[in-house]
Design a protein around this ligand. Structure first.
Ligand code: BGC
Length: 373
């Protein structure tokens, strides 16, 4: 990964990559839920990246990286208090499960049996229902291994939780590598056939949260097709070419360039909120699929994944009603999400890569976020 360590542009880079592991994870009390459950915040640092994670929802409360002159900013939207996360978070920084994105009316059939999962987004199920993984308290265990530091996050979701079958044991590993990359490894097993689609919901603003919109960020997505949606943002089932549409990010362009084009798909979602069909498909190892860059600060995020899809959401429903950790109001387009995933509504779309997990199998998914500046 290319990095500029200050160089002629600025002072020496303050925190060079480590060969032996960065700062050991440190735990502190962050707050309490209404029932008295203590919520902890873990802080870790490695290779120049600083990460703060909550035991509530596995939430990335803050992710700080430097710019090309070594000036740090928190590039992830979030809140300062647990009360704010509980009351009104649109999944800021959270782990998403059991099923990332939408399921049509929350219904699906598996091995001939019909299931009704929780409906929490108009007529549909979104991100695992009203009390998804983003609202669960995770058991967290820190680790230091060679050049890496990180956290193991565990959660057991009981059979029938939010309408999904099977006891789902989930382990998520957040690793900060010696290069300052943030890697997420997801694993899950079940005792009954079920559906699973896990992701993370960081809202990125590489200029720093509370700095305004991300419309000037440059974005590139290695996808020739996307999955168009109907009114409720459920995919129609078609894999449509991006060529000649605002959805073509194969060559980098700014987020804002085509965002206001009068395209029916953009009207449905008030902007981008779609699944891109990654050209590489499902892979055993994470492969590079997207690059996001803030030209002003030089901060660049590259995303690699084993997953076949990417939900690029341009923060359309962030509506100026929330005050973020930087003390200012978050408005539409103040951040964007790049959620690696299987496609939305796959349980009802026989042509999409399947999301069924059976007893004896292990669900695995890996996404790597690399930073340069
Ligand atoms: C969905 C959006 C939703 C957002 C936050 C995204 O993954 O695609 O439609 O508004 O999450 O809830």
């Amino acid at each position: 990964m290319h990095r500029s360590y200050g160089g002629p542009k600025g002072p020496p880079y303050p925190c060079p990559p480590t060969a032996t592991g960065g700062r050991k994870p440190v735990k502190e009390l962050f707050g309490k839920l209404a029932d008295g459950t203590e919520i902890y915040r873990w802080s870790l640092e490695n290779g120049g990246t600083r990460l703060k994670v909550l035991s509530y929802g596995g939430i990335v409360q803050s992710l700080e990286i430097p710019d090309s002159r070594g000036r740090y900013a928190n590039v992830s939207l979030g809140f300062d208090t647990i009360e704010d996360y509980v009351a009104s978070s649109p999944y800021f920084g959270a782990l998403i499960g059991r099923y990332g994105n939408r399921i049509d009316q929350g219904r699906f059939t598996l091995d001939g049996k019909a299931y009704q999962a929780d409906v929490n987004d108009g007529a549909n199920g979104l991100h695992g229902g009203a009390e998804g993984f983003d609202k669960r308290v995770w058991d967290i265990e820190p680790f230091t291994e060679g050049p890496d530091v990180g956290l193991y996050l565990h959660h057991t979701s009981v059979d029938g939780e939010m309408g999904f079958p099977g006891t789902l044991k989930t382990k998520v590993t957040y690793t900060l590598t010696g290069q300052g990359d943030w890697r997420i490894d997801y694993e899950a097993t079940t005792d009954k056939a079920t559906v699973v689609n896990l992701t993370n919901h960081v809202y990125w603003n590489l200029a720093g949260e509370s700095s305004g919109s991300v419309y000037d960020h440059e974005l590139e997505i290695a996808a020739s097709r996307y999955t168009p949606v109907g009114k409720g943002l459920i995919p129609t089932g078609e894999l449509a070419p991006v060529a000649g549409t605002p959805f073509d990010f194969r060559v980098k362009k700014t987020v804002g360039e085509d965002l206001r084009e009068a395209h029916q798909q953009l009207l449905y979602a008030q902007g981008f909120d779609h699944n891109w069909v990654l050209d590489k498909g499902i892979t055993a190892k994470p492969e590079h699929i997207a690059t996001l860059r803030d030209p002003a600060s030089g901060r660049t995020l590259t995303v690699s994944t084993t997953e076949p899809g990417l939900q690029f959401y341009s923060g359309n429903f962030v509506d100026g009603t929330l005050v973020g950790s930087g003390g200012s109001i978050y408005r539409q387009g103040d951040a964007l999400c790049l959620e690696t995933q299987h496609f939305p509504d796959s349980p009802n779309q026989p042509e999409f890569p399947p999301t069924t997990l059976r007893p004896g199998e292990t669900y695995r998914s890996t996404t790597l976020h690399s930073f340069s500046y």
